[in-house]
Design a binder for this molecule. Structure first.
Ligand code: MF3
Ligand code: CO
Length: 249
């Protein structure tokens, strides 16, 4: 999982360096897929079918690219161009050696509204607050409540119907990792548990991301912008190990 996680981080670093206004989301997707395959790995999301909804069309791309009011699962397209002032959430999964890595970052293109910039910064920091709780002896919702409390202290809205997850030989494993909850509740965390923690936080009041029938992309109910950061981590004693930390930092 260290190998898969490092590849995800490198793919996101590549995208962070290359993304420019005027590019299509399909160009970014192709860049990521080539990078992953050049490294003898497979995109985790490509052809993914959720176990909960086996009738859905398999996910058709390497990345999820979700712009502004899009919360998650934006499907890359030759018709979708990113522009100055957008926030662009890029989610990437890699499968290698029998294990998955999964991470996401929200990129800011050029100068954006101050409030939207704060949303991005707070979402990123809320993930760090969650990771700080992912230590042996704590409980699952200690992670959740740390994320929720931090986001809510800025009066931002936590998206509740999309969650993080266990991760390993499957992309999505138990337990579900919500971004809200009551501290000191939930399963006990033990050393070696591997989790994908992924806060999705929005301006406005939408607590849900909604999608149309037969569409992957999920958007805020009020059309306000949403940000998304994700890391794959290992629960350890004292301090979590982050497997998808950026190489740019
Ligand atoms: N990181 C997202 C998740 O864990 C990406 C899933 S995209 C999908 O849900 F295509 F695989 F569904
Ligand atoms: Co995930």
């Amino acid at each position: 999982m260290r190998v898969s996680g490092a590849l995800v981080a490198k793919a996101l670093d590549l995208l962070e360096q290359e993304i420019k206004p005027g590019m299509t989301t399909k160009e970014l997707d192709t860049m990521a897929e080539e990078f992953i395959r050049d490294n003898h790995a497979v995109p985790s999301f490509l052809n993914y079918v959720p176990k909960s909804d086996p009738g859905v069309t398999p996910y058709p791309a390497t990345l999820c690219i979700s712009i502004n009011q899009e919360v998650v699962h934006g499907v890359p397209s030759i018709k979708r161009v990113v522009k100055e002032g957008d926030i662009v959430s890029v989610d990437c999964g890699v499968y290698k050696g029998g294990y998955h890595g999964d991470a996401a970052r929200t990129f800011v293109l050029g100068v954006i509204d101050e409030k939207v910039q704060q949303l991005v910064d707070v979402t990123k920091e809320s993930l760090e607050r969650g990771i700080a709780m992912a230590v042996e002896g704590n409980r699952l919702h200690d992670i959740s409540s740390a994320i929720e409390d931090y986001a809510r202290s800025f009066r931002f809205s936590v998206i509740e119907n999309m969650v993080g997850h266990g991760i390993g030989s499957e992309l999505h494993e138990d337990p579900a990792v919500p971004n809200y909850g009551r501290k000191h509740t939930g399963v006990k965390l033990v050393e070696g548990m591997t989790l994908a923690i992924e806060p999705m936080i929005a301006l406005g009041r939408s607590r849900r991301a909604v999608s149309r029938r037969n569409e992957w992309v999920a958007v805020t109910e009020d059309g306000k912008p949403s940000a998304h950061f994700e890391h794959t981590i290992v629960v350890r004693q004292g301090k979590a190990e982050v497997l998808t930390r950026t190489f740019l930092e």
